[in-house]
Design a protein around this ligand. Sequence first.
Ligand SMILES: Nc1nc2c(ncn2[C@@H]2O[C@H](COP(=O)(O)OP(=O)(O)OP(=O)(O)O)[C@@H](O)[C@H]2O)c(=O)[nH]1
Ligand SMILES: [Mg+2]
Ligand SMILES: [Zn+2]
Ligand SMILES: [Zn+2]
Length: 380
Amino acid sequence: MFRLRRRSADVACPYCYEQFDPSAIGFRCNGRISPTQQRCRRTRDVVLQERMGVRDEVGPPFFGPDGRGSKAVCPDCAGETTYRICPACHMTLPVQFGVVESRMIAMVGARMSGKSVYMTVLLHELRNQVGAAYGASLMSSDDNTLHRFLDGYQDRLYRDGQLLPGTQSAGATDNRVAPLVFRFALRRRVRFRERPMHTLLSFFDTAGEDLASSESVGVNSRYLAAADGIILMVDPLQLPGVNELNTVTDLLLAQNRTDSSGRIRIPVAVVVSKLDTLTQLLDRGSPLRAQPPMDGRFDVEDSRNVHQEVRQLLKKLEGTAIDRLMENTYSRFRYFGVSALGAAPAGARVAATGIQPYRVADPLLWLLSEFGSVPRTGRD
Ligand SMILES: Nc1nc2c(ncn2[C@@H]2O[C@H](COP(=O)(O)OP(=O)(O)OP(=O)(O)O)[C@@H](O)[C@H]2O)c(=O)[nH]1
Ligand SMILES: [Mg+2]
Ligand SMILES: [Zn+2]
Ligand SMILES: [Zn+2]
């Protein structure tokens, strides 16, 4: 296993991706009547407000770090609290933060390449069918994530049958980007006993317009710099399309995230989206016509076949520049082909036949297997 962060003691907040030493973690008073019969007043948290756009909300006070403990005593009311708070953005850290692995995944790609739709369908699948087939479960880590995911993504697509609006630039003044944070659990057999493996997953859905130039990508640089894995969406309808990839590459190189060969070491899943538009280009025996194996493991052989097939597909579609750039600058990458919707949408709406996703879990399973959070089968 590689260590991805520069300072191994540092942790990164799954909400703001700021990195800090665990001893800097703060606390929030629990706001209840304390053993000394006092109760802290609810106040507005300016940091939370400014960093995360949480408005007009009042809560018990924040107080500074207290070493690395899992609880602390509020200096004002003497009550004990277990709410740990990120020192940078003041969001409440997930209960399992620091105890289980925490992985941050950034979605990047050109405008309209299908990032937001893919993320929605992937999370929906993991919370439902695919999750069950893999023996996996995905739960939102906090209410804020759940509401934003339901209101901004899932309900719109699944309940209303509508496509999603373009994602707002992270630099827009009225937009406070916050990644969606989930708890991913997988039952894993260790010496004939089932044990759940937990991972905190944070998804950051970037706006394609932010990757259009090296100036505007800057607003996302903290997220990209701290990410543990990248899902790069490649739109087959916008090829050759290396612009966005170049911008991301420059940023990662500038962050010095390279190995001894000078190549970027962060794993990148290169995902060709909208596969439903390409079926006529696939041979009858193509691995991209078959269903992926679904047994809670990452199938190395199937993945290798898909990788080669997508590489051929990129050639046919004049996407060889992407392949060359990946080979030359990244040491860990893999190609995937997915269709989030399964069929061409009808205008601004999902096709009448509904959402029929194809191979959407493959890229995430590969990333998780790279992190060591999902077991593999077959030889690499
Ligand atoms: N045929 C087909 N079209 C898709 C699929 N997924 C997305 N699309 C189309 O691509 C459009 C853009 O999808 P989004 O997910 O919103 O794109 P995005 O990458 O998030 O775009 P930005 O937020 O602007 O960066 C959708 O409105 C659909 O028209 C798919 O699986 N198949
Ligand atoms: Mg989007
Ligand atoms: Zn208090
Ligand atoms: Zn934070």
